[in-house]
Design a protein around this ligand. Structure first.
Ligand SMILES: [Zn+2]
Ligand SMILES: [Zn+2]
Length: 167
């Protein structure tokens, strides 16, 4: 029996990769997510930030937008997970995310590639479709704002520019 050992240098010290995790760091510097170094799909280990990102965010377009907006992915010690994920982000905007105007949400029209900023439903629990006009000036359409449909789509650049003028 033999096994390949992968060691990772963290702060100048060598650690076995099994002691590590991938951390997802918002543009503000706060850690907002973590994923395992174990590659359950293919066996072995996830050894690059790019592969960890694919694991966390299947959509290539969303990954590209994450990186363009300053998302960082780095390997760290698993023992630090609880500490790094325990606090709330004290920054404005929180988690480096675009702060949406009150009463608006990201929404997605059927089969649309991008999500747009649209008016929130009056009933926050409503998950069905509603006619909404995107803030970027796109045409009125049936939009869905539930997390399950917006999560894997990139944000419309025009809408993003309305709330994140730096980009
Ligand atoms: Zn923060
Ligand atoms: Zn838009």
């Amino acid at each position: 029996m033999s096994a390949v050992k992968i060691s990772v240098e963290i702060d100048g010290e060598q650690h076995d990769i099994s002691e590590c995790a991938w951390f997802f760091i918002s543009p503000c510097g706060c850690t907002h997510g973590v994923t395992t170094v174990k590659d359950y799909d293919n066996g072995g280990w996830i050894t690059t930030p790019e592969a960890a990102h694919v694991h966390m965010t299947p959509s290539k377009a969303v990954r590209e937008q994450d990186i363009a907006r300053g998302e960082k992915i780095e390997i760290g010690l698993r023992s630090g997970v609880t500490h790094r994920l325990s606090g709330d982000c004290p920054h404005t905007p929180q988690w480096g995310r675009a702060e949406l105007p009150q009463g608006t949400e990201w929404g997605r029209a059927q089969n649309a590639r991008n999500i747009h900023i649209v008016d929130e439903a009056e009933d926050a629990d409503r998950i069905d479709w509603d006619y909404r006009t995107p803030r970027c000036g796109g045409r009125e359409s049936l939009f869905e704002i539930h997390r399950s449909v917006v999560g894997d789509a990139p944000m419309c650049k025009k809408c993003l520019a309305l709330v994140e003028p730096v980009l």
